[in-house]
Design a binder for this molecule. Sequence first.
Ligand code: UD1
Ligand code: CA
Length: 482
Amino acid sequence: MEEFVAIVLAAGLGTRMKSRIPKVMHEICGRPMVSYVLDAVEAAGATRVIVVVGHGADLVKQAVGSRGECVLQAEQLGTGHAVMKAESVLGDYDGTVAVVAGDAAFLSGDDLAALVDGHQESGAAATVLSAVLDDPTGYGRIIRGTQGEIVRIVEEKDASPEEAAITEVNSSIYCFSARSLFDALRDVAPDNAQGEYYLTDVIGIMIGRGLRVRVVRARDPLSARGINTRVQLAEAERILRDRVRERLMLSGVTLIDPPSTFIDADVTVGRDTVILPFTFLQGKTAIGEGCTIGPFVRMVDTQVADGASVSNAVVVESTIGPGATVGPYSFLRPGTVLEERAKVGTFVEVKKSTIGKGSKVPHQTYLGDATVGEGVNIGAGTITCNYDGWQKHPTIIEDGVFIGSNSNLVAPVKVGKGAYVAAGSTITRDVPEGALGIARGIQKEIPGWVQRRLERRNKAEGHGGKGHGGHSSKESGGLRNE
Ligand code: UD1
Ligand code: CA
C-alpha cells in the first residue's frame, strides 16, 4: 500500500441524537464514537489524520488529542463543506485521501486498508464503500446505470420513490485521489432538500468529468453503518459489547453469564479470572489473573492485581492489591489503595485511604483520608471523623494496631505502632506506640436495681404481687437514673 491521508468528519451536531453534546462524543462501551473511527484509520496505516471539528469542537479536540490534527468547520454546511475545510491543511498533497464519517464506528482497520489498497491498485479517482442493507432508511442510495456502473449517489431526502427503494447504500467511507476530490468539490452546490454541500455530489461530478469511480461492497454490511439516533447507538453498544466479551473469553476469561456482564472497550482482564453476573467493568479498569469479580460489581478506572476477589461492590478509581478481598457491600471511592491480602468487608466505605498488607476492615466502617499500616485490625463500626465541616484531616494507623469496635477516630490523629484502641472510644488525641487508648464513659453496676424498680412499679399500680407484670408502652420509656 502506498501512503494515504485520512479525513474524519466530526463537526456535525447529530440532530437526530436530540442531544446537547456532539454526536461523535456519545460513548459506545465507554469510549466516544469518534475514537473507534480513529482506531480504524490508525490501524489501516494512515500517515496523517485530519479531523474536521465544529459542534462542541473543544470536547472533540480533547477526545482526539494527539491522534489527529483538528481543523475547524465553524458552520456545518454539509459533509462536502467539511472536506473542503481540510484542503488548506493538505496543501498540494496529491496522494490518496480516505474520507470517513465520524459516526462510522463499525469500520475496522482491515476493511479500510483493503479499500485503500484496492483503490490505489485500480488507479480510479474515487472508490466508494457500499453495502446492501435490509433497511436502507436514512442512507444515501447508490444509483447505478444500465451496465451496473455507478452514476451518482442520491440522499434519501432527495430521492424519488424508485431511488428510495434501492437497498445499496453509501457508507460515507471513501477513497479519493486528492486533486480530483478537491477539484470536484469546487462544483458542489447546496441545491438539495437540506440546502447543504453534500460530499456525495462529488461522485456524480467526477463521473461527469469522465473520471473513473468504483464502488466496493463491504464484506460485512455492518462495517458500512453509521449511527444517527440513540436507537442505533444502543444497537452499536450491543454489538460492540458482544465483541468485547468474545475477545475476553477467547483470551482466557470466564464470563458466567455474558449478557449480564458489561465490559468497556478499554478494560483488560487477565487469564483465569472469573466474572460473575451483573457486573460492570468500566473505563480504564485493568484486572489481573485468577481474580473473582462479581456478582453485582461496578468498577470504574480501577486496577486489580492477581488473585483478588470482589463481590457486590462499587469501586471507583482505586487499586486493589494481590489476593485482596472486597465485599460484599463495600464502596471504595477514589484514591483507595488496598495492599496485598488486605480485606474490606460488609458495609464498609473507604475514601482516599491506603490499607496495608494483610490489614482487615471487615464490617460497618468508614475510612476517609486514612493511612493504615500492615497487619491492622479495624473493629466493626469504626469511623474516621475526617471532616470538621470545613476541611478534611488525615488519620494514621500504624502497623499492628487493633481498633476496638465502634470507635471514632477524630482526625487529625495518629495511633502508633502496635497500639490498642478500646471499643467504643472517641479518640481525639494521638495514641502512642504500644499504648491502650481508651476514651469512653466509665461503666458502673447498680446491684438489685431491677428488683427495686419492679417493686416501685407494683406499689404505684396498687397490687403487692411479685414478678414481672405486662409491658405497657408507658413503662418501657420510664427508666430513671438512680
Ligand atoms: C451521510 C451521507 C450518506 C451516507 C451516510 C452513511 C452525505 C451528504 N450523506 O449521511 O450518503 O449514506 O452518511 O452513514 O454525505 N459532518 C460534518 N460537517 C457537516 C455535516 C456533517 O463534519 O457539515 C460530519 C458529521 O459529524 C458525521 C458525518 O459528517 O460524523 C456524517 O454526517 P451525518 O449527518 O451523519 O450524515 P448522514 O445524514 O448520515
Ligand atoms: Ca450518519
